[in-house]
Write a protein that binds this ligand. Structure first.
Ligand SMILES: [Zn+2]
Length: 148
């Protein structure tokens, strides 16, 4: 493993630690934004500031079974990291984003518009439309393998 790969693994492990802070039960996702070797922002999936912390509602599925459904107000980890940077004096332009999971289509648009130049992820979702949009926009997409 070269030095750059070592750093990528370290940042991904950091994103994994941040994911553990999520109060969502269905999935815990973490994201870190790195620029010029500094972590400038981080986020995990959760509700907006001032909202109830719980991320899920119990709803009945088609079989009458109670299942957890993610509330529509929940922000994804990438969106939280990008908007947290927007509130600060940092710029995400030209930065790297490390996320524990591959991004969804909605977040991929934010990543493009935020000027992120490289997207690193560890776990891949079946839906790769977000990653495809990033590649189409010229963003480098890199999977980082983390051993358990
Ligand atoms: Zn998303």
């Amino acid at each position: 493993m070269n030095r750059d790969q070592q750093f990528s693994v370290a940042y991904m492990k950091c994103a994994i630690s941040i994911a553990e802070l999520s109060r969502c039960e269905r999935a815990k996702v973490g994201a870190i934004i790195v620029k010029d070797g500094n972590i400038i922002s981080m986020g995990y999936n959760g509700t907006p500031k001032g909202f109830d912390n719980s991320c899920e509602l119990e709803v009945e599925d088609e079989h009458g079974q109670l299942v957890l459904q993610t509330k529509s107000e929940v922000l994804h980890a990438e969106a939280n990291a990008i908007t947290k940077a927007a509130k600060s004096t940092y710029s995400t332009d030209g930065a790297d984003l490390f996320c524990t999971h591959s991004c969804c289509f909605q977040c991929s648009k934010l990543i493009v518009q935020a000027g992120i130049k490289r997207f690193f992820y560890s776990n891949q979702y079946r839906d790769t439309s977000g990653l495809e949009l990033l590649r189409k926009a010229g963003i480098e997409v890199i999977q980082v393998e983390i051993e358990d």
